[in-house]
Design a protein around this ligand. Sequence first.
Ligand code: GRF
Length: 218
Amino acid sequence: MTDKILRLGVLASGGGTNLQSIIDRCHDKSLTAEIAVVISNNPGSGALERANKAGIATRCIDHRTFESREAFDTTVVATLQEAEVDLVVLAGFMRIISEPFIEAFPLRIINIHPALLPSFPGLHVQRKAIEYGARFSGCTVHFVDGGVDTGPIIIQAVVPILDDDCEASLSARILEQEHKIYPRAIQLFAEGRLKVEGRKVRILPPDEVATGALINPL
Ligand code: GRF
């Protein structure tokens, strides 16, 4: 008997480049998972287009047609359950999810954030990192808990902030790393290697770790 393949439910509101990186890694089999459904709250999202092109089931659940966040979330949860999703992957999903949603998928919802958490949670974080004068930023994949961008951290990538960076150039540099670390985090989950102990996520057996320091400016 073969192991059951991990079924993903991807939630996305925007262009869907993170979704695309997950689709591509599933195709080249470096990610041993399948996307059961892609859900978007935005009828015009590039994510829905990309999923359709890849022959993946899609659902558009427009939040503007619901009376409350809870009612919207109830429909999203039911759709994910119907698709027998094992792991919920938030990939640029621009909605805060409610407690009942989180409880429906305990430690089975992950998110990607374009900053080095716990610095710069929330929105417009690339711009905030530049304005703050930080020398590094990056991206973080984390489990979702009840807070905004506060859950246990799975993996991070660091990029330098350059003197002439604007929001777009820094976002592009970070996005390139997002496309690497998100499929990798999902693969660790698929292999059953993520053990959450309080705030810490242990990777078992441990992977090689980055030990070198980065200094900017050199
Ligand atoms: C990414 O930067 C992600 O970190 C953030 O929203 C952006 C989504 O980009 N949460 P895309 O839709 O995957 O291209």
